[in-house]
Design a protein around this ligand. Structure first.
Ligand SMILES: [Mg+2]
Length: 256
């Protein structure tokens, strides 16, 4: 029925470190049938390698080509736009900085950057936030990795990249030029190359404004799962509505 299934991670496959229900069993059942799985997170707090290992630890065998996050997409764009050795001022974790340097060939610079990029900075420091605002208000190009305002966790929502960028906006009156996560044009372009001509695709996610929107742009059957961030009641106010609603990814995968 579907040749390719694209799944979000936080709130769709796991919450914090724990898989949601029997999702691992169901994913493996479909993997064994030859279904292509891709995992796409907007989370940029950890390295690309971290997500590969995290999925493997849950008990799902994946390769690096099946796991995706905005860092890879941002790096390719920034390398193209600013060239090798460009100076980047980063609000992000050590993992994010390492991946950005590795994939975009940028150098970290806290004094005279070519651009400012904000990721899901779980080590956020006021002094660096102040510096970012100063660069941005002086005209340095400002990017964000993704638009999520919060990340779901067992203890409740955590401030994410979008919320940090709102602080910058309230301070400078300037919004990011671009983002590279779901459902940005850059991420759509990147994923269209991966899926090619495949039209039998399902896209599963717990977020209406990111997962369901990009799923539609990719021509996928979109599935909203109620196991994460957004509530079913929010659908009525959304312009882009999911094609189906399930309690969890496990429930959807059990159906076919
Ligand atoms: Mg999610």
């Amino acid at each position: 029925m579907y040749k390719t299934i694209i799944c979000d991670l936080d709130g769709t496959i796991y919450l914090d470190k724990l898989p949601i229900g029997n999702v691992v069993l169901e994913v493996n059942r479909h993997l064994n049938k030859g279904i292509n799985f891709h995992f796409l997170t907007n989370n940029t707090s950890r390295s690309h390698q971290h997500y590969i290992e995290k999925i493997k630890k849950l008990g799902i065998e994946v390769t690096s080509k099946q796991v995706h996050n905005p860092t890879i997409v941002a790096s390719s764009y920034l390398l193209n736009k600013f060239g090798k050795g460009a100076k980047a001022f980063v609000l992000g974790t050590k993992d994010f900085k390492q991946d950005l340097v590795k994939y975009s060939q940028a150098q970290l610079n806290d004094d005279s950057p070519d651009y400012v990029i904000v990721a899901f900075d779980t080590d956020l420091q006021y002094e660096r936030l102040r510096k970012a605002c100063s660069f941005i208000s002086n005209g340095i190009p400002f990017y964000q990795t993704h638009i999520d305002n919060y990340c779901p966790s067992h203890d409740g929502p955590m401030p994410d990249c979008g919320a940090i960028c709102e602080m910058i906006y309230f301070t400078t009156d300037i919004r990011p030029i671009k983002n590279f996560g779901k459902p940005s044009q850059e991420m759509i372009k990147y994923f269209k190359k991966i899926i090619g001509n495949d039209t039998e695709i399902a896209f599963l996610g717990d977020r209406l404004n990111t997962d369901i929107v990009i799923g539609k742009s990719l021509g996928a059957h979109t599935v909203f799962v109620e196991s994460g961030a957004d509530k079913k009641e929010m659908i009525i106010n959304c312009e882009v509505k999911p094609d189906s609603i399930f309690k969890s990814t496990e429930d959807f995968l059990k159906k076919f």
